[in-house]
Design a binder for this molecule. Structure first.
Ligand code: 3H9
Length: 689
């Protein structure tokens, strides 16, 4: 029929197979022959039942995201589902891999769904700033109930085949050859005879939905939306499924979808989807990868333990090294406790916990690292200590083993030069908690071999991280830009803003928290130590640290945390300290608005990003955005600092930076040439190359 859709027959059962690698997205070149096949089979008297299945690694993973923002080519998914629902003979979706978004909606257009035991089903459109636009919000609740559908659609998280079966989304789960099972299932259903009710006419899930309970749940979810439109629209669409007749709810879903798909937030989130995948692509696709079978981690503290867990979670055996048996035991006990918390939360089974713990081997002897293929050190952040560790590693590691430093700031070239094998050395900058945070900055040093780099990028993807390759500079991409973002914080305080005002401006922008809340959470002593090492000062934060106020861990920092609570409460003594320091400097307080706070913190962030591009520390503007969204909480709906700069207007940013530079003379506001060029050209990529 077509290269993308074929039909085979097994007696009276027709199997329609979609083959559109890599993920069987419903591109136009699939939709057209799919529609033709369904119409033909509907009208073909010798066909008793139809199975829709997919070739390759997965069922349909959704609409083709690259088509969004372009004119729709008919037939669209909705038209295909409408035809499916006119077929009187039984239709069965045979799901393996993932049925996501438009893929699950296609399956919901069938009378029945059968799944491979390992399949996952979900409507992740919300993660692209969208809602399911092929009837998913109206059909899913009819099978699984409104509240379950609400949770699935607003979270975007897929569920496994067994859960889908228990919820009524899937009619049977099979192990083994899915197509054979699906054909037998379809044949048996056809033999029993109809009529077969399309999902649109079913009401088993909706029944008597408690609207008050639904609204309460939706309100809870809305609180977490943080300025994103899509989760709210998702909840509204599912509510419509309860309160409106099917066709009206479907039309309302369409209207909401069109509004979202044309908006900046979805544009930003779609951009990020491709940016994350792009970031993992490095030159030299055909480079042979090094073998990674066992991983060594040096240091079993918070960072080392988290890194070790990240690898074990990805199935890798880990040798964990500490300097003393006592420290090792403490580290392993913490790992055990962390897994126990996951078991208690229900996100990990006892069996999986046992398996993961079985992957750890503890040691205090460097000689035990000799069989490791990658060794990551997570020891104290001081050059002398790191060099000592690398000297020892140089003596014991096998030739070709990759040696990585988990430094946040230090010069990886210098660390590499302290070994006899700089080609095997690179940086792996994990973010805390390392077993949870997705971002991984992979630091390419001057002499890092391309195959070592390619190997860790692939490994990072394999353990579920989002890798971004960065060059060597103080703080790499993320922490270097963070310093630029924070440079004016103290000045804003001294000129009259309070920590809560500044944090509020950030939260209103869409950040999960403001810079002072973040400082208190991370520990103010970290920045203090770093400043002291660089001969820098920050009068308010330094004074707080000198007085022992390190943030949440000491119960006070920029805020108070009463009785071990993590909720920040305004701290009058900090506000008094700020006023006193301002008076000492002769600064009269004035009212500072949110706009000024954003201009003086986020515009320098963009400017620093442009410098990083100029210096080729990052390969692409989108890599910077991936770092900031995944590691620092930059709001996804704004796409990251470089994407947001386009939304905000680079010319406006340049003009305001010029204004602040003229007024203060501070370097932080000095516009970098690339940013100025960008204000004219409108494209990072063109000017960066
Ligand atoms: C939707 O369905 C809207 C409807 O409700 C309404 C319609 C009216 N389109 O992630 P991977 C590419 S919205 C186009 O590395 P994995 C991806 O860019 C959609 N391309 O593999 C990459 O390309 P490249 C709802 C897509 O095994 C390659 O495929 N669905 C799409 O780690 C491999 O991807 C979703 O949001 C797509 N839909 O993960 C699902 N999906 O090789 C989005 C992937 O050039 N997809 N590509 O870099 C995923 O979550 C993951 O890709 C998946 C596989 C789990 C499927």
């Amino acid at each position: 029929m077509s290269n993308f859709v074929s039909v085979t027959r097994d007696g009276g059962v027709a199997v329609v197979s979609i083959d559109n690698p890599p993920v069987n997205a419903l591109s136009f070149h699939v939709r057209e022959p799919l529609m033709q096949a369904l119409v033909a089979l509907r009208d073909e008297p010798s066909v008793d039942a139809i199975v829709i299945a997919c070739a390759g690694r997965t069922f349909v993973a959704g609409a083709d995201i690259t088509e969004f923002g372009k004119p729709v080519q008919q037939p669209d998914l909705r038209a295909i589902i409408a035809v499916l629902e006119t077929i009187a003979k039984p239709t069965v979706a045979a799901i393996h891999g993932t049925a996501l978004g438009g893929g699950l909606e296609l399956a919901l257009g069938c009378h029945f769904r059968v799944a491979d035991a390992g399949a996952r089903l979900g409507l992740p459109e919300v993660k692209l700033g969208l809602l399911p636009g092929g009837g998913g919000t109206v059909r899913l609740p009819r099978l699984v109930g409104a509240v379950k559908a609400l949770r699935m659609i607003v979270s975007g998280s897929p569920i496994g085949a067994d859960e889908a079966h228990a919820a009524g989304l899937v009619d049977a789960v099979f192990e083994g050859d899915l197509i054979t099972h699906a054909v037998n299932f379809a044949r048996e259903i056809a033999r029993k005879g109809g009529p077969f009710t399309p999902v649109r006419d079913r009401n088993d899930g909706l029944g008597e939905t408690d609207l008050v309970g639904f609204d309460a749940e939706a309100a809870e979810l809305a609180k977490k939306a943080r300025g994103l439109e899509a989760p709210i629209a998702c909840a509204q669409a599912v509510r419509n499924a309860i309160t409106l007749p099917f066709d009206e709810a479907l039309a309302a879903e369409r209207a909401l979808f069109l509004k979202l798909v044309g908006g900046d937030q979805s544009r930003a989130q779609r951009y990020l989807f491709f940016a994350e995948r792009e970031a993992a692509k490095i030159p030299g696709k055909d480079i042979a990868r090094r073998k990674i079978a066992r991983i060594g981690v040096i240091g079993a503290g918070t960072m080392g333990g988290g890194i070790a867990m990240a690898f074990a979670n990805g199935g890798y055996p880990v040798t964990l090294l500490e300097t003393s048996g006592e420290a090792l035991e403490r580290g392993l006990a913490t790992i055990d406790k962390n897994y126990a918390v996951s078991v208690a939360r229900g996100s990990l089974s006892e069996e999986a916990k046992r398996q993961r713990l079985g992957l750890f081997k503890g040691t205090t002897d460097y000689g035990d690292l000799a069989d490791c293929d990658l060794i990551v050190e997570a020891v104290f952040e001081e050059m002398a200590v790191k060099k000592d560790v690398f000297g020892r590693l140089d003596a014991v590691a096998r030739p070709g083993a990759i040696l990585a430093t988990n430094t946040s700031y230090l010069d990886v070239n210098e660390i590499a030069a302290s070994t006899s094998r700089p080609q095997d050395v690179l940086g792996l900058h994990f973010f805390s908690p390392a077993n949870v945070m997705k971002l991984l900055e992979i630091v390419r040093a001057e002499k890092t071999a391309p195959d070592a780099l390619a190997t860790v990028v692939e490994l990072a993807r394999r353990i579920g991280k989002v890798p971004v390759v960065v060059g060597v500079c103080h703080g790499f991409v993320g922490n270097r830009m963070l310093a630029a973002r924070g440079a004016e914080s103290e000045a804003l305080l001294l000129e009259g803003a309070t920590p809560s005002q500044i944090d509020r401006a950030f939260i209103d922008f869409g950040w999960p928290m403001g810079p002072f809340q973040m400082g208190d959470l991370a520990g103010l002593d970290i920045g203090w130590r770093n400043r002291k090492a660089r001969g820098q000062t920050a009068v308010i934060a330094d004074t707080l640290c000198e007085q022992g106020h390190f943030g949440q861990k000491t119960g006070s920092g920029f805020y108070l945390y009463e009785n071990g609570s993590r909720i920040p409460v305004a701290n009058p003594s900090v506000e008094a300290l700020i006023r006193a320091k301002a008076a000492e400097k002769g600064i009269a307080p004035r009212t500072i608005g949110a706009d000024e706070i954003i201009e003086r913190t986020l515009y320098p962030l963009v400017n620093e990003g442009a410098k990083i591009l100029e210096e080729k520390i990052a390969a692409r503007a989108s890599d910077i955005d991936v770092v900031w969204v995944n590691g620092y909480g930059f709001p996804v709906g704004k796409g990251g600092p470089m994407f947001w700069a386009g939304l905000e207007g680079v010319d406006k940013i340049v003009a305001r930076l010029d204004h602040w530079h003229e007024r203060t003379g501070k370097d932080i506001f000095r516009v970098t040439p690339l940013l100025r060029q960008m204000a004219v050209s409108g494209s990072w990529e063109g000017v960066a190359s």
